[in-house]
Design a protein around this ligand. Structure first.
Ligand SMILES: [Fe+2]
Ligand SMILES: [Fe+2]
Length: 393
């Protein structure tokens, strides 16, 4: 019998996992495919709302229910300590002494396979198969790596759209991810409040809002958002705007930025957010629209905060004080570093409208150099400032 072994955290198991596994099963002609959720290292602190090992096992069971030839194994969850693959493979060899075993993994895992614990003890019992995404140069890298490490391995190009579990967890917190999850898994997550899905994010204190926002951002964006919040609050106090609105708008302004273009579109589709023509064509600017929707509907923020988030990327004609503050704070917060940022910082404390105009000009210049299209709102914003006597001094 030919048996495939497919392990992972499955946190949560999504359609990408299952469809990829089924594809590998067919391509490799497997009689049986074992899905083996990994135990998590005992020293690792799990974030609140994280599922237990048993809950992950249950989700994998639900995800694979009814798929012929697919079985779930709890062997790694039952084994105390870290999940080492060589132990799993040796245990499976005892259960299936005369069968052919194939260990299935993704590109990233394969490219460091020689650094796993006892790779030769794995190879002694099974063949390797890599499910790769087909990115540019990926197959070549895999071939070179096979040459270098010398272990036999088969490569299968995975036709299934790839999505990471981290992104799924973010999408779940933002009220969607339905289309990436099996219905039963999605229902189980909701029923058990996993990944903080049951949490009411409306009317959070500023402290709780900051904690929630940080948990949703890509780690590399946290300093920018907190810097933007501090700058926006200081500008609000300087110009007599509401510092609380400024803090909340700045904290939430990039709330959906960790999602790439296709995920932005998915978010918009699942929530029924209507796209304007420019946003639909330029998913990079879409986070201002989706972020403002999330701020309103998930976080229950007021209209002033929602509008400031909506226009933080492109600007628009006749911006109000808070909108200008968020636009400028995003540009000048302490982590920003580009030619001209110091002039913008200086101007921001003298005349927020002139600083907004300078920011718009930077944007237009940058887009022109990149050969990218300028949004109609940015053009109108600049034209409005020129028409109302806010051209360059
Ligand atoms: Fe942004
Ligand atoms: Fe930003």
């Amino acid at each position: 019998m030919k048996i495939g072994i497919y392990g992972g955290s499955f946190n949560p198991p999504h359609l990408g996992h299952i469809r990829g596994a089924v594809y590998a099963k067919e391509k490799l002609g497997l009689d049986k495919l074992l899905l083996i959720p990994a135990g998590l290292p005992p020293h690792k602190e799990l974030a609140s709302g994280s599922p237990t090992a048993r809950q992950r096992l249950e989700m994998v069971r639900l995800a694979a229910e009814g798929i012929p030839g697919v079985e779930i194994s709890d062997m790694e969850l039952l084994r105390p300590g870290k999940s080492y693959t060589y132990q799993t493979v040796e245990a499976l060899r005892e259960i299936y002494p005369g069968d052919e075993l194939i260990l299935i993994m993704g590109t990233d895992m394969y490219l460091c396979f020689e650094n796993w614990t006892y790779p030769e003890r794995i190879i002694a019992h099974c063949e390797l198969a890599v499910l790769y995404r087909g990115e540019k140069g990926e197959r070549q890298r895999l071939l070179e790596h096979r040459e270098k490490i010398g272990y036999p391995c088969r490569f299968l190009e995975n036709p299934v759209t790839d999505i990471s579990s981290t992104q799924i967890r973010r999408m779940l917190r933002l009220g969607c991810a339905g289309e990436f999850l099996n219905e039963k898994v999605a229902a189980y997550i909701r029923a058990n409040g996993l990944y903080r899905t049951g949490e009411d994010c409306r009317n959070l204190s500023e402290e709780a809002l900051e904690e929630t926002v940080v948990s949703l951002l890509a780690p590399s964006r946290v300093a920018h958002v907190l810097g933007c919040r501090d700058t926006a609050v200081a500008l609000a106090k300087h110009y007599g705007a509401d510092p609380t609105d400024a803090a909340r708008a700045a904290l939430l302004h990039d709330i959906t930025k960790a999602l790439d273009g296709p995920l932005q579109l998915t978010l918009a589709r699942e929530h029924g957010i209507i796209l304007d023509e420019f946003s639909a064509k330029h998913p990079k600017t879409l986070h201002a629209l989706t972020g403002s929707w999330i701020a309103q509907h998930i976080f229950g923020e007021n209209q002033a905060v929602v509008e400031a988030i909506r226009w933080h990327t492109t600007g628009k004609a006749n911006m109000n004080l808070l909108e200008k503050i968020i636009y400028v704070a995003d540009y000048m917060e302490p982590n920003r570093n580009f030619p001209g940022v110091d002039s913008l910082r200086e101007l921001a404390w003298q005349d927020i409208t002139q600083a907004t105009r300078m920011g718009l000009e930077f944007t237009l210049e940058h887009l022109k150099n990149q050969g990218s299209e300028v949004s109609p709102e940015s053009k109108q914003a600049l034209q409005y400032l020129m028409d109302t006597g806010h051209g360059p001094a």
